[in-house]
Design a protein around this ligand. Structure first.
Ligand SMILES: Nc1ncnc2c1ncn2[C@@H]1O[C@H](COP(=O)(O)OP(=O)(O)OP(=O)(O)O)[C@@H](O)[C@H]1O
Ligand SMILES: [Mg+2]
Length: 258
């Protein structure tokens, strides 16, 4: 372990300059994360850090100002924690996926693989027309993506939003579940916590654990996703939606037959 650590890159003197530019206080980010932020800065993805949007279970989400290469007012950065992460148990999601062959075994490697997987999943989702943040770039444990919000204010989660037309929101989410299936993916952690409401439009987020439809548990995970969403709408808005009907409809829509 000690040998591995010494082989990992250490921050250089240039990082002090970078800290100034990125307005990051000493000790806020791990040295490895600082290196990754520097890469995104040099690649023209971000130009400065702004504020923290949320602290999740395994990642923190920050708002950053865009660099030259990104045409948007704000960039969202998902920074996966390395030391305190609970990623080892998640390797199963990567091992069952034919797109990810060799998985590195160090914690940094696993977190990096996870971040890359979320990036790849977001690319697929966007290509399939799903309302999900556009991924801009990733480096190690840092993922840069479209900021879901209005006027610099991050959108609230479905759970914290009072919907004007819950039936049409549920329909929109189910359509996106169907589009995602068509691209060959199951979200696998869908719930009222992982949907943001940008005005009336639901955005699916948090794609790290999404799996290929070829994953052995894809059908169960799809059923669970749809069950979570329909039971939220039924409890909160008394819609009386039937999870199994929605499941069959999503399957039919995508001709998913696993
Ligand atoms: N692209 C984005 N634009 C705006 N806000 C975002 C974006 N991505 C994430 N967020 C905010 O950050 C929170 C956490 O993001 P996400 O769910 O991806 O991380 P997580 O570590 O899996 O969190 P959790 O453990 O809460 O599920 C979201 O609930 C949302 O409020
Ligand atoms: Mg989440």
């Amino acid at each position: 372990m000690a040998r591995r650590r010494s082989r990992e890159k250490q921050p250089s003197r240039e990082d002090y300059r970078l800290k100034e530019k990125l307005k990051i206080e000493e000790g806020v980010f791990e040295p490895r994360t600082m290196l990754r932020l520097g890469k995104l800065f040099n690649a023209g993805i971000i130009s400065s850090m702004e504020f923290i949007i949320a602290r999740g279970k395994e990642a923190d989400i920050y708002a950053a100002m865009p660099g030259d290469r990104v045409d948007s007012d704000v960039v969202a950065l998902k920074i996966f924690r390395i030391e305190t992460s609970n990623f080892r148990r998640r390797v199963a999601y990567i091992h069952g996926d034919p797109r990810f062959g060799k998985v590195r075994e160090t914690l940094t490697g696993i977190v990096g693989e996870w971040c890359k997987k979320e990036y790849a999943n977001l690319q697929l989702a966007n290509a399939g027309g799903v309302h999900a943040p556009k991924p801009y770039a990733f480096s190690g444990n840092v993922l840069a993506m479209e900021f879901v919000g209005t006027g610099g204010k991050p959108s609230a989660r479905l759970r914290e939003t009072e919907l004007g037309n819950p039936a049409s929101t549920l329909r929109a989410i189910m359509e996106d579940v169907g589009r995602l299936l068509e691209t060959g993916l199951v979200h696998a952690d869908l719930s009222e916590y992982n949907v943001l409401m940008k005005g009336d439009v639901p955005y699916l987020i948090d794609f790290g654990q999404a799996v290929s439809v070829e994953h052995p548990n894809a059908t169960d995970l799809l059923r669970r996703d749809i069950g979570n969403i329909t039971s939220f709408f039924n409890k909160r808005y008394a819609l009386g939606a039937d999870a199994e009907t929605a499941f069959e409809a999503a399957r039919k829509l995508s001709e998913f037959t696993a």
